[in-house]
Design a protein around this ligand. Structure first.
Ligand SMILES: [Zn+2]
Length: 375
């Protein structure tokens, strides 16, 4: 699984960087653009990939290994080529492809003559960079995290900025490829789908209830594993929490949920007091909720800057709210975090929704690079 992902994640980034004229990226700058969830492979595997991709890039073509469920039209869409082209380059007699089959995809640099001839120009709008307007409360590391780049990338691309003092409204230039070749959350969480999804694998501190229902965007999976890593470093002895549903590999309707369709929703059990192991979701009350662990988890999600909403039952919000007030949280912080004491409406990232007394529901915002995604 991950071996394939490494390959898939590498190719497009290298190509886009090379094609769009940001110079030849060093190995280090390529490595920084890898989603961190993909970096678990051993160094030798990555070196091999790197070499292979360098060669492939020079030759102007990509070797794509077909994964389960992929279709020619989807691949064409993802690589910005046509079905006919893929068929021609691979001498395919029909549109049928099989898992494990290797397909040659030519990159646009090697196709430029062809393209000029038919003047389709459909690859000419490949985005080479983007800009980000700083919002209140942003830090450079938070912005870097959202884009999957590093703070030093940001300072390199924005030579004038003072990393310790960015201001609201300031425009930052960010050189990342557009959503193509990355996973994409298409449409809305309650009417959408997922392209090039990544599967959450179990890790320290959490269990995955159902692998076939545990797919998300690259950003969703990266953020989840980062938060669980942080949780595990801080509380290595905390019981495992259960991760329930995310999305199907290709998204779409997932009963019994309305949302969970586009790879940006995830259900997670609560930490409860006096429970060494949590086999699944268990109903929490203000008395049984482990507010310390649960808050650390929620705050870690909020700190990613990538969370749109967190659904938590009203009564449990009350328990967290009281805990934080006793520990000196300001009214402003509490209002930013919680809908409580309101029951409906109002602001606050953490909101009440029915059915969230046995699990937390996290909704991530659209990745800023994903132009097919609707918040
Ligand atoms: Zn949910």
């Amino acid at each position: 699984m991950r071996v394939i992902l490494v390959g898939r994640a590498w190719i497009p980034i290298v190509l886009v960087l090379t094609i769009s004229g940001w110079g030849t990226p060093s190995s280090a700058s390529i490595a920084r653009n890898l989603p961190s969830t993909d970096t678990v492979e051993s160094g030798s595997g990555q070196t091999a990939d790197r070499e292979e991709i360098r060669l492939a890039t020079r030759r102007g073509r990509i070797r794509h290994t077909v994964r389960r469920g992929e279709t020619l039209s989807e691949l064409a869409n993802e690589y910005g080529v046509t079905v006919d082209e893929i068929r021609r380059w691979n001498d395919l007699e029909s549109d049928l492809i099989r898992v494990g089959q290797e397909l040659i995809i030519r990159t646009s640099s090697s196709r430029s003559n062809e393209q000029n001839q038919n003047s389709s120009g459909r690859n000419s709008q490949r985005r080479t960079g983007t800009s980000y307007i700083v919002e209140r409360g942003d830090t450079l590391s938070r912005i870097a995290q959202r884009y999957g780049v590093t703070v030093s990338d940001l300072t390199a691309w924005n030579p004038g900025i003072n990393p310790d003092r960015i201001r609201e409204g300031q425009e930052l230039s960010i050189r990342v490829p557009s959503g193509r070749h990355r996973s994409s959350s298409i449409g809305r969480p309650n009417r959408g789908r997922l392209s090039l999804g990544v599967q959450l694998e179990p890790g320290p501190g959490y269990r995955v209830r159902n692998p076939s229902r545990s797919w998300g965007t690259q950003d969703t999976i990266r953020l989840l594993t980062e938060v669980f890593d942080r949780m595990h470093r801080r509380y290595p002895d905390a019981p495992n929490v259960t991760v329930g549903d995310l999305s199907y590999q290709r998204g779409g309707r997932m009963r019994p949920h309305a949302s969970h369709q586009s790879g940006r929703d995830v259900d997670i059990g609560y930490y409860l007091v006096n429970r060494s192991d949590q086999g699944g979701f268990a109903r929490a009350t203000p008395e049984t909720l482990d507010v310390r662990l649960t808050w650390y988890l929620l705050k870690s999600f909020i700190d990613t800057g990538a969370v749109q909403y967190i659904f938590v039952d009203h009564e449990l919000q009350a328990a967290l709210y009281d805990y934080l007030r006793q520990r000196g949280a300001t009214q402003q912080q509490l209002a930013e975090w919680f809908q409580y004491p309101r029951r409906n409406g109002g602001g606050g990232i953490i909101r009440h929704a029915r059915g969230h007394d046995d699990h937390i529901h996290i909704r991530f915002r659209c990745s800023p690079m994903d132009n097919r995604c609707t918040n």
